[in-house]
Design a binder for this molecule. Structure first.
Ligand code: DUC
Ligand code: ZN
Ligand code: ZN
Ligand code: ZN
Length: 467
């Protein structure tokens, strides 16, 4: 049986037009006005007055990630299901091998965990330490498993972070493979020094997490990563950009013609560091790295998004419960597990704050939400597009509906929402995943294990204009 979506307005990264969409066998087979049912048992969705969007691609999530003595609280099933409820139908998670674990062993472990996903998934490979196998295993990742991007952490030294000489090696190898290096940019040594200083002074509350990772920590590392990529001749993608200092480094490089891409997240666009002043340890819910920034940085991020210097908005979804996880750091901010939930909220927040509030147009929205992440990470046009031949991952979006975000009603397996009480305008009425309606009028109907692993293509980036 197929699905026929009638009379919706299709919005893509470049166009908008009213047409019908027919899906069969998991794919979009036709996009045209006046389509008819093909079979008696076809499902027909009347999308009059609604918008048709490609399913969202969240290029930065961490399901069941072992981290800081615990594990992120959404597994691949609950986390991808929450994504579907929020119009995200593809995730790119990270294989993060522990020290001593080889890349391909990490890959096997993550493949096993991710089998329960309800929607499709891909992986970035984090290089967290070096062995004599690392470089050849990077080749295997790209050639045999379609893992065409590598993640590096300039922070978290001694755990998953690497040193500059190792980052340079990853860049050198990646340049020969045509893959993309992505960077978590924070100056690891500076963070450790500031953490120690605050703890020595008896400053243990959540707000000192943010104060131990101020904007210059990120600005310095972002600029350094960009310069290293320039020297080694690599394109580079900076994950979760939060501050003006990092934006300045990115804009400077892009203006010179260097191929630098950047991602930010709704929490960095919409929250400011007053969240760390909440009483009763509630500030811990906002402990993530990089932290939420003081007022002012958000405007710099919006401007960079509008100008195209930041190309994607992902979530860094990495939930931890306040009770039983965040409270591990009750007496020491450095022990609060870093991360928060967000995969379900990206669509509503970005549409509301971006389109409804007039910061950018609908096409930019689709680009940030689905098309650019799919392109940059080698999933386009199978993902990120409403065209014949693409996977049938579609959001039927009601722009008139409203919603209030709350931990009481979200699908994240997490006891807090960092967006508690946020009002959003627009909400999916139907979410189609791989040709099946998996969310309809507020209710999920997902299938554990229905998601498939997505090997990714190599995306060819333009050559730098000048280097
Ligand atoms: N930052 C977080 O807040 N959580 C997971 C990893 C990261 O870089
Ligand atoms: Zn990170
Ligand atoms: Zn992350
Ligand atoms: Zn409506």
């Amino acid at each position: 049986m197929g699905i026929l979506i009638k009379n919706g307005e299709i919005i893509t990264a470049s166009d908008r037009f009213v047409a019908d969409v027919y899906c069969e066998e998991g794919r979009i087979s036709a996009v045209a006005p006046g389509l008819e049912k093909q079979r008696a048992d076809d499902t027909v969705i009347d999308a009059s007055g609604q918008i048709i969007l490609p399913g969202g691609v969240d290029a930065h999530v961490h399901m069941e990630l072992p981290f800081m003595g615990t594990e992120s609280s959404d597994d691949f099933e609950t986390g991808t299901a929450a994504g579907v409820a929020g119009g995200t139908t593809t995730i790119i998670d990270f294989v993060i091998p522990s020290r001593g674990q080889h890349l391909l062993d990490g890959y096997a472990m993550w493949m096993e965990k991710a089998k329960k996903s309800v929607s499709d998934y891909a992986f970035h490979m984090a290089v967290t330490w070096f062995s004599d196998r690392t470089l050849t295993e990077m080749e295997t990742c790209v050639r045999d498993h379609g893992i065409t991007s590598f993640k590096t952490f300039m922070a978290y030294r001694g755990a998953i972070g690497i040193e500059d000489p190792e980052l340079i090696q990853v860049m050198e190898k990646s340049a020969t493979l045509g893959s993309l290096v992505t960077v978590h940019a924070e100056h690891g040594d500076a963070v450790v020094a500031l953490q120690k200083k605050f703890l020595r002074e008896g400053k243990t509350e959540p707000k000192y997490h943010a104060m131990s990772r101020p904007a210059p920590v990120e600005g310095e590392a972002t600029a350094r990563a960009i310069m290293l990529a320039r020297m080694m001749g690599n394109p580079v993608y900076i994950v979760h950009v939060t501050c003006k200092e990092a934006v300045d480094a990115i804009v400077e490089a892009r203006t010179r013609g260097q191929v630098v891409m950047a991602e930010t997240c709704p929490q960095y666009l919409l929250l400011d560091d007053s969240v760390y002043e909440k009483p009763d340890f509630e500030g811990a819910a906002y402990v993530m790295s990089p932290p939420i920034r003081p007022k002012g940085h958000q405007d710099a991020l919006w401007a960079a998004v509008a100008a195209g210097h930041i190309q994607t908005v992902a979530t860094d979804h990495c939930p931890f419960n306040q009770v039983g996880q965040k409270d591990m750091g009750k007496d020491n901010f450095a022990r609060i597990p870093n991360g928060a939930a967000g995969i379900e909220n990206r669509l509503g927040l970005l549409w509301t704050a971006g389109v409804v509030e007039g910061r950018f147009d609908v096409h930019k929205f689709v680009d940030l939400f689905a098309t650019q992440p799919a392109k940059i990470f080698g999933l386009y046009p199978r993902k990120g597009a409403v065209v014949p031949g693409a996977d049938a991952d579609i959001v039927v979006f009601d722009p008139h509906a409203t919603d209030v975000i709350s931990a009481k009603t979200h699908h994240h397996r997490c006891d807090r929402s960092i967006f508690e009480g946020f009002q959003v305008k627009g909400k999916p009425s139907h979410v189609i995943v791989n040709g099946r309606v998996q969310f309809k009028e507020g209710k999920l109907d997902v299938q554990r294990g229905a998601g498939r692993y997505l090997p990714r293509q190599i995306h060819t980036f333009p050559k730098p204009v000048q280097s």
